[in-house]
Design a protein around this ligand. Structure first.
Ligand SMILES: NC(=O)c1ccc[n+]([C@@H]2O[C@H](COP(=O)([O-])OP(=O)(O)OC[C@H]3O[C@@H](n4cnc5c(N)ncnc54)[C@H](OP(=O)(O)O)[C@@H]3O)[C@@H](O)[C@H]2O)c1
Length: 197
């Protein structure tokens, strides 16, 4: 049974730029009210708030929060909501591959993936916990890769392009709506890291 997003309250960490910006606006288009979390720059966050409001929903900008602390803070609300709630983290294919990213980043994302599995296994029945693993996203941050590395990623991907930002944001919407998925990872990487069983 799908979880209707209309009128829900959604907080998007890193929601002011890059992938988070697209996710914030995508949730607003689904009719959800959006809290746009940012870290350093309030202005881009306010711009995203205005974009969300154009969809007829409420939106606010919030400064810096840690995802695990957030889940702890949201838990009582999720538990008291008759339909429960959903927590979705942004991982990376760096969590499951051994090339293309720095070791500290890859190890951090691998730890985050395990955290999501542990939370998925323990936080039910009312709370769903999932993660999306993007491949190369040409955000402000992704564009800092060298032209050679970006071309390598496109050439290596089975679909021969980078990960489309809207396609990636749509995976978050799907996970928010789907009431039968928890502890899962959805890889949206244009086939950059196709894995065996
Ligand atoms: N780009 C890629 O190729 C790629 C690939 C795989 C996974 N990912 C993952 O996707 C997510 C989004 O990445 P992105 O490329 O859109 O760009 P990003 O630069 O990681 O995200 C920009 C957003 O994150 C906020 N932010 C920056 N540093 C932060 C910090 N230390 N703590 C909390 N928030 C912070 C920014 O706020 P301010 O502007 O206010 O600082 C802004 O809202 C990240 O988790 C990244 O690891 C990205």
């Amino acid at each position: 049974m799908p979880y209707d997003l209309k009128g829900r309250n959604v907080l998007v960490t890193g929601g002011s730029a890059g992938l988070g910006e697209v996710i914030s606006i995508s949730f607003a288009k689904e009719g959800a009210n959006v809290a746009v979390n940012y870290f350093n720059r309030p202005e881009p966050a306010q711009n995203v708030v205005q974009e969300c409001k154009k969809q007829g929903v409420e939106a606010v900008a919030l400064k810096g929060v840690s995802p695990l602390a957030l889940l702890k803070a949201a838990k009582p609300t999720f538990e008291s909501n008759p339909d429960g709630g959903a927590f979705i983290s942004t991982g990376s294919i760096a969590a499951v591959s051994q090339s293309g990213s720095s070791m500290p980043y890859a190890v951090t994302k691998a730890a985050q993936l395990q955290l999501i599995k542990c939370l998925g296994a323990t936080q039910g029945p009312k709370i769903r916990v999932n993660t999306v693993l993007p491949g190369l996203l040409l955000t402000e941050w992704g564009k800092k890769y060298s032209d050679e590395k970006i071309q390598w990623a496109k050439d290596t991907a089975a679909l021969k392009h980078e990960t489309d930002l809207q396609d990636c944001a749509d995976a978050f919407i799907m996970l928010a709506k789907n009431a039968s998925i928890t502890g899962a990872r959805i890889q949206v990487d244009a086939g950059l890291n196709v894995q065996g069983t």
